[in-house]
Design a protein around this ligand. Structure first.
Ligand code: SAM
Length: 280
């Protein structure tokens, strides 16, 4: 899948997640869109039905992954990492929240395909959140070098200050080959920094996926108007693939077992995703 194909199917989900973060007290009203409200309304009934049967919900999955990434990123910054690139940022509030929390101790760069980046930049401008330390740039994560690539975006950052790159809600839109090529480029980019860490959520192929999990994946696929890719490996294979891509330290956090996900309640959807923490 190319970047521009990705943008066509991904954008509705960015609106949906943007609304989810606002409704759950994680975001600012300027980061919600009318499209997000409509999508949330449309999915409310099937998800309420799933919840009432004790099944997985999209909201449970989203909150679990978001809180776990927040928690690991907080630890990295407390541990001295001073620069963050949130690629495929959509309408995520993380840049706004972390910039308020850490001020000029932290450089936070949000990045997305041009149309989404513009929308995000305008919202953050209205919120008065943009500064030298918090900005939004155009990026296609699949572009291999040149303007608008990860390589160009990180070229001016300070290797001594460390860098965390986050992608949230992105990898399910790409097939395994595309994901692995992206990992290899991320490992190379991050390898230039004294400390370089990649954080992302990932859905692994799981042979014991139950009926409700399969139904949930179908709803999710219909919602993003395309197939939701699960990564082909189990935990050990995924770890090996990340090492082959060039990451030296790899941890896979199963979302339902991470303490930060407890705040999102015990939603069974959390068991279907992992958060990748990979150090170059
Ligand atoms: C599911 S949304 C997630 C948004 C945000 N991370 C969140 O969790 O709320 C996926 C985002 O990926 C972006 N995207 C899709 N393909 C991309 C690419 N090739 N390069 C950069 N961003 C991309 C979309 O524009 C969209 O904002």
């Amino acid at each position: 899948m190319t970047g521009s194909e990705g943008s066509g199917s991904v954008s509705p989900t960015a609106h949906y997640t943007g609304e989810t973060w606002v409704r759950n007290g994680l975001s600012h009203p300027q980061l919600r869109t009318w499209q997000g409200r409509v999508l949330n309304g449309a999915l409310a009934l099937p998800l309420a039905a799933s919840r009432s049967l004790g099944g997985p919900t999209l909201e449970g999955l989203l909150l679990a992954r978001h809180r776990i990434i927040d928690s690991i990123l907080d630890d990295l910054i407390e541990g001295g990492v001073g620069q963050v690139v949130e690629a495929a940022c959509g309408m995520s509030p993380r840049g706004w929240r972390f910039s308020r929390r850490y001020g000029d101790r932290l450089t936070y760069i949000e990045a997305d395909l041009p149309a989404m980046a513009r929308r995000k930049r305008e919202a953050l401008e209205r919120m008065g959140s943009l500064s030298d330390c918090h900005r939004v740039v155009d990026l296609d994560v699949l572009r291999d070098g040149g303007p608008g690539s990860l390589e160009a975006l990180t070229a001016d950052l300070d290797p001594a200050k460390g860098l965390a790159i986050v992608t949230e809600g992105l990898l399910t839109y790409f097939d395994a080959e595309t994901v692995e090529a992206l990992w290899a480029r991320l490992a190379t980019v991050l390898g230039r920094f004294d400390r370089g860490v990649y954080l992302a959520d990932l859905r692994l192929a799981s042979p014991d996926r139950g009926a409700s999990e399969r139904a949930f994946a179908l709803v999710l696929g219909a919602f993003v108007r395309g197939r939701v890719h699960v990564y082909r490996g189990d935990e050990a294979e995924t770890e090996a693939a990340l090492r082959r891509a060039g990451f030296a330290g790899v941890r896979l956090h199963r979302a339902d077992r991470h303490p930060a996900a407890a705040a999102a309640g015990a939603d069974p959807a959390a068991a279907s995703i992992h958060v990748v923490e990979a150090e170059a």
